[in-house]
Design a protein around this ligand. Structure first.
Ligand code: AMP
Ligand code: GLY
Length: 423
């Protein structure tokens, strides 16, 4: 299920392992189309039509890429109809789809890495809290907003009054709002396979959400991402990764003990702060873009892992190539503010050290039309992160047309600044 860059990577990996794919896409992705035995174009949230299609083909397993699908009853209904899935039930997916559920779980069991958090369903209670709270804070809609609804003091609003005004507007719109203490530090992503009991980690990754070079400009779905050869990150200490993994393990244990076992991909976004590792958010699926880096270097069979997740029987470890990867997304000019969709021509050159994944585009493998979202993900693979970035730079002669790409992602300059700040 799904039609973005992440789903192109999932489909490519599964197809390379010999899986037979029946693909359901929100839009016709020119690359996924070539990998599927059969495909249907169905809107992501139209779970009734997706269910009907699944019942007609009786697949061995269903796997879901995008979060909006996880907020529907699709997985629950598939399971009632004895169709196996490697994605969480709608109850377990609340770890992503309901931010208050996630914080309440952390609060209930005093799970390490939590941040101060308060949820409000009345303007009066919120204003009473605001009279007493004097630090910086973050305002979060409770549900999914495609990464664009969270507002951070100092970035998206300046004064307490502005923040409270936004929070009040969310109470009016959604009935409630989540406020969090603002923490600062370097962010990182840890994804893991989870069968309800066992949590098997994947390499660490870092995602670049800001639209422009130097990490400025509006937040986007993600402009690019990196992973390193040793599966850590040069500016994140190993102990932060260990802490992040123990937080994910405790979350999975507590969910199981509350009869809501999580089966699927757990994706934690963490921040390494002066006072330790903090959990910013948990998602219930592969990250886009970071999941694409990971799938590019995954040695194990994804098909095997997905079946093991669905049986509640994850086995062994997980194995990834010891290579660094850099991913940069080509997006329409003006992406993040006022996107102007154009087109891109791709010279189909095959190289072992560069992969091209197709996201929100239509057309053919060599000529694509852009939408207002991300278009192509280019991944460079090498011994070092800057080496992988250079692979992308070299590859760019094969791409022409109207697009914008952040050229700073994965460069030596960007890394040395981060290493300096963290030491
Ligand atoms: P989220 O959708 O929760 O991942 O939030 C989007 C972005 O907002 C994160 O990647 C962080 O950069 C920032 N953010 C979220 N929560 C906090 C927090 N408690 N403190 C500081 N920044 C945050
Ligand atoms: N990397 C951001 C996301 O997948 O939500």
């Amino acid at each position: 299920m799904g039609s973005g860059g992440r789903e192109d990577a999932i489909s490519g990996k599964l197809a390379s392992e010999g899986s037979i794919l029946y693909s359901v896409m929100g839009h016709e992705n020119p690359s996924i189309r070539t990998k599927a035995r059969e495909y249907r174009i169905i809107q992501e949230t139209d779970w009734q039509s997706i269910l009907k299609y699944a019942l007609s083909i009786q697949p061995d397993l269903v796997f879901i890429g995008p979060d909006p699908v996880l907020a529907t009853p699709l997985v629950d209904k598939l399971e009632v109809n004895s169709i196996r899935t490697a994605s969480p039930s709608s109850k377990a997916a609340r770890i992503e789809t309901d931010k208050t559920y996630m914080r309440d779980l952390m609060n209930r069991y005093s799970i390490d890495g939590n941040v101060g958090n308060w949820s409000f369903d009345s303007n009066l209670a919120l204003e009473k809290w605001a009279l007493k709270f004097d630090s910086e804070f973050v305002v979060k809609p409770r549900g999914l907003t495609g990464g664009k609804g969270v507002k951070v003091m100092g970035f998206h609003f300046r004064t307490k009054d502005e923040g409270i005004k936004y929070a009040n507007s969310l109470i009016r719109k959604d009935g409630s709002v989540l406020i969090e203490e603002k923490v600062s530090g370097e962010e990182f992503s840890l994804q893991a396979f989870c069968d309800g009991k066992t949590v098997l980690p994947m390499p660490l990754a870092q995602d670049y959400k800001r639209a422009f070079e130097g990490d400025v400009g509006p937040n986007t779905g993600g402009m690019g991402s990196i992973t390193d050869r040793d599966h850590l990150l040069p500016f994140i200490p190993g102990r932060a990764r260990d802490k992040a993994l123990s937080i994910l393990r405790e979350v999975a244990d507590r969910m199981r003990s509350e009869s809501t076992p999580f089966r699927g991909i757990l994706y934690g976004q963490f921040m390494f702060t002066k006072s330790g590792t903090r959990l910013i958010e948990i998602n219930a699926r592969f990250a886009d873009p970071e999941g694409i880096n990971i799938l590019t270097i995954m040695n194990d069979s994804l098909e095997d892992k997905l079946f093991q997740i669905s049986y509640g029987d994850l086995k062994g470890g997980s194995s990834f190539l010891n290579k660094a990867t850099v991913l940069r997304y080509l997006v329409p000019k003006g992406y993040g503010t006022k996107p102007e969709p154009g087109s891109i021509h791709i010279n189909p050159v095959k190289r072992d050290d560069v992969r091209v994944y197709y996201a929100s585009v239509s057309g053919s493998l060599t000529d694509v039309n852009l939408s207002t979202s991300r278009a192509l993900a280019i991944v460079g693979i090498s011994e070092t992160i800057p080496g992988a970035a250079t692979k992308i730079d070299d590859y760019m002669v094969n791409l022409s047309g109207d697009f914008y790409m952040r050229r700073d992602i994965g460069t030596e300059d960007m890394l040395s600044k981060k290493i300096m700040l963290s030491s």
